[in-house]
Design a protein around this ligand. Structure first.
Ligand code: NAD
Length: 310
C-alpha cells in the first residue's frame, strides 16, 4: 500500500508533511511532489534523494501516484490544481485513485471539485481533509485532521493509515465537505475566543490584576479554554505561547482572517445567525492590514485592540 503518493502544495504546512511521509512510508514507496515554486520541489528532492521525485505539474503527479494529497492556500488554487484544462489532476487518468484535499477552503468549491471528479471518474474517491495544529503541528506530526467522510466509509481505514503518518487525530466528520464545515466552525470559535480573551484580560489588568493571576482564574473557573491558556494573547502569561515570543511562530492573522471570513459566509449560506461574525471579521480584517500585526500570530488581536504590553 501507498507505493506511490503524490503531494501538491509544499508550503509552510505541505513541506513538513511530505518530510513525515518520506521518513515513515515503507522503503519502496515513492513520493511525487509539485509546487508552482520550483525551489521547494528541488529542496525536497535533495533532502530525500531516494524517495521524493519532482513532477512537472499536478497532472504529472496524478499520473504517477495512486494516492494524491493537495495542500494549497485557497479555493481558487484548489480549482486550478484539480480542474485546470491543461495541467490539472483531472486531466490525468485518475480512475480508482484516492484524492485528499487538506486545504482550508469553502465547502461549495470542495463539493464542486468532488462533483466533477465523481462525474468523470466514478471509481475515484475525493475527500476534504482540512487540518488543525499549525506549522508546529505539521513539523511535529501532531496535526488533527477533520475528514469529510462517514465513520462507515470503506476508505476510512486507508485514509487513517496514511494521514496518521502526519497527524495524531483523524476525525471522520460525517460526509462530503463536513470536514471543512467542522474546521471553519472550529476556527470561528477559536477566533472569537481570542478576541474575548484579549478584552477580558485587558479589563482585568487595567483594574489592577496580574495577568498570570487572571489566567489562573480562568483555568480554575468557567472560562477555561486553550486560547486563554496555552495561547494566551497577553505576552508573558504563558512562556510557550506565540504572544511571549513576539507573536512569532503561530497561526498567521491573515490566515485567521481567511478562515473567519469563510466561516461567516458558511453561516450566511446555511441560515445560521451569528451576531459575532461581523465584529470578528472587522477585527481580523483590520489586524491583517495593520503593520504592527500583519504576518504575526492571530492572537496579536490583543495588540490590535489596544491591550497593554510591557
Ligand atoms: P503556504 O502559502 O505556506 O503554502 C501553499 C503552497 O501552495 C505554496 O508553496 C504555493 O506555491 C503552493 N501553490 C499555490 N498554488 C499552487 C498551484 N496551483 N499548484 C501547486 N502549488 C501551488 O500555505 P500553508 O500555510 O501551507 O497553508 C496551506 C493550507 O493549509 C491553507 O488552506 C491554510 O489555511 C491551511 N492551514 C494552514 C495552517 C498554518 O498554520 N499555516 C494551519 C492549518 C491549516
Amino acid at each position: 500500500e501507498f507505493k506511490s503518493v503524490g503531494f501538491i502544495g509544499l508550503g509552510a504546512m505541505g513541506k513538513p508533511m511530505v518530510a513525515h511521509l518520506a521518513n515513515k512510508l515503507p522503503i519502496k514507496s515513492r513520493i511525487y511532489v509539485f509546487d508552482v515554486a520550483a525551489q521547494v520541489v528541488e529542496e525536497l528532492c535533495e533532502q530525500f534523494p531516494d524517495r521524493v521525485l519532482g513532477g512537472k505539474n499536478a497532472k504529472d503527479v496524478a499520473q504517477h501516484a495512486n494516492t494524491i494529497i493537495t495542500m494549497v492556500p485557497e479555493g481558487s488554487h484548489v480549482r486550478q490544481v484539480y480542474l485546470d484544462p491543461n495541467t490539472g489532476i483531472c486531466t490525468a487518468n485518475i480512475s480508482n485513485k484516492l484524492l485528499i484535499d487538506c486545504s482550508t477552503i469553502d465547502t461549495a468549491t470542495s463539493l464542486a471539485v468532488k462533483g466533477h471528479i465523481t462525474k468523470n471518474f466514478p471509481s475515484t474517491s475525493f475527500y476534504d481533509a482540512p487540518v488543525s495544529g499549525g506549522v508546529v503541528g505539521a513539523v511535529k506530526g501532531t496535526i488533527a485532521v477533520f475528514l469529510g467522510c462517514a465513520e462507515t466509509d470503506p476508505n476510512l481505514p486507508r485514509l487513517t493509515q496514511l494521514l496518521s503518518l502526519m497527524g495524531k487525530q483523524i476525525i471522520p466528520c460525517g460526509g462530503p465537505s463536513l470536514g471543512l464545515a467542522a474546521k471553519l466552525s472550529n476556527n470561528y470559535l477559536s477566533g472569537i475566543i481570542a478576541i474575548a480573551c484579549s478584552e477580558a484580560m485587558d479589563m482585568g489588568m487595567r483594574s489592577g490584576l496580574d495577568p498570570r493571576v487572571l489566567a489562573e482564574v480562568y483555568a480554575a473557573g468557567t472560562a477555561q479554554n486553550t486560547i486563554c491558556d496555552r495561547f494566551n494573547p497577553v505576552p508573558g502569561v504563558y512562556p510557550e505561547a506565540p504572544s511571549s515570543k513576539g507573536y512569532k511562530g503561530g497561526f498567521k492573522v491573515q490566515l485567521m482572517r481567511k478562515d473567519f471570513s469563510l466561516a461567516v459566509d458558511m453561516a450566511k449560506r446555511v441560515g445560521s445567525k451569528n451576531v459575532l461574525g461581523e465584529v470578528g471579521l472587522e477585527t481580523y480584517d483590520g489586524a491583517s492590514k495593520d503593520p504592527r500585526c500583519r504576518d504575526l500570530d492571530s492572537r496579536v488581536v490583543y495588540r490590535y485592540l489596544g491591550g497593554q504590553e510591557d
